[in-house]
Design a protein around this ligand. Sequence first.
Ligand code: ATP
Ligand code: MG
Length: 508
Amino acid sequence: MVNNRITQDGLSALEQELARASFGPLAGDETIAGDLPDDHAARTIAELAALAGNPHIDTWRDKLDALKSRNAIAKPLRPCGRLTRAAGLVLEAVGLKMGVGSECMIELPPGSAIPTAEAEVVGFAGDKLFLMPTTEVAGLLPGARVYPLESAPINDPMAGAKRLPVGWEMLGRVVDASGRPLDGLGPLGAKMDAPLAGPVINPLNREPIHKVLDVGVRAINSLLTVGRGQRMGLFAGSGVGKSVLLGTMARYTSAEVIVIGLIGERGREVKEFIEQILGEDGLARSVVVAAPADVSPVLRMQAAAYTTSLAEYFRDQGKHVLMLMDSLTRYAMAQREIALAIGEPPATKGYPPSVFAKLPALVERTGNGPEGGGSITAFYTVLTEGDDQQDPIADSARAILDGHIVLNRSLAEAGHYPAIDIEQSISRVMTSIIDDKHLERVRLFKQMLSRYQRNKDLINVGAYSHGRDALLDRAIALYPRMESFLQQGFREQANFEPSLDLLHQLFE
Ligand SMILES: Nc1ncnc2c1ncn2[C@@H]1O[C@H](COP(=O)(O)OP(=O)(O)OP(=O)(O)O)[C@@H](O)[C@H]1O
Ligand SMILES: [Mg+2]
């Protein structure tokens, strides 16, 4: 018997069966033997394979095809890391290589209200990632699996960046920090999305501010004139009327689109702002992004960035956008929460240095676009704790904005609304957008007002006698009219031209 011949001799029944399955009929099999030439009762493997169309290869081919089709429907292998620490607001994970700002999912134990929690990478140290959850994480277990979320397609220039819906379909809608509708009016239907971080505009390409923007508030239009593309701060303590003033501007400003970011406000206030302050007409040309105080600091920051992205989208369509953000301080506070949680040292009033870097980065995205394009005029409210104008955020905001409107608590307490403190407020671009006569009148108004304020106590106790100071006499005579000029009802619209006429009339 030669070795390379396959015959049935010496094979057990099972071995014969296996040999048949692999190589087809064996030498000596009756049925086949009849078909084969007599002198080739026993054959080489190659000969058998050729004769039987190589059943061995066919078998493996079938098996490979089956594997291929299973592979096609199988999910790709997903890398995952493990949670090693959860202390305070941050979670730590190992085993993943993800960029700061990317998102991941963390598995929650079975039976949790939601199967997975979401988190964002906010920093790293060595191979440890710091994650900040954006959803509820109650029930999180040590060693829980952490999966990176899909990133944007590679061929996209902003690949990996988080993209949220933008578009005209969003007018009249209220969404959360992730672009999910909050108003119960069904899906947004937005066909476009935009990255959260907008492209930087070359400062030399920005169109200068040279057009007046009518904001519908007499005191601002006449004495603190705002230019199209200007970025203003609204500085006040709590409850002095910031939100109401923003709402008035939202209703009466001559802007094509309004984007409103409600960041870190009380949840109750969001509904109140939309229904009572903004009103139906205001909402119809607005998009509202709301991230109340109880959502994760990551989402509060994201909401501010998203508000700006939406405004940028409309500006890039050549529109004149009004952006209102309430409040910039809460944005700074959210960044403080994150930075402190991942171990950045606090500097001024507990604010870590990164806060003061984030503020200009956000604010610089608004303003005018390139020549001939659209614009974003922005109003940011800034909380001045205990009416302290030296608050580090207020200080920093004052330095990066093109003007500030200060609301005064004693005016509000006296029922003087809007409680704008004309003396402390300034619009830095005003001188270059209004005419000389207007400017002269503003100067005169401020002079009179400040002269009266400085001598108010003397006048009130009767220590000032008429005729000692001609300017003060005039100020005293004008004061009641100036005061009523500055006041404006919550539902009253005061356009630019009528406001200016009234200002001129005061001094004629
Ligand atoms: N123009 C106005 N006319 C009449 N009342 C006003 C006016 N502006 C504000 N108020 C009163 O002041 C209150 C507080 O206003 P608002 O909610 O705007 O303050 P806020 O500065 O936004 O407060 P917070 O810091 O708490 O958000 C209002 O509820 C309203 O009663
Ligand atoms: Mg408010």
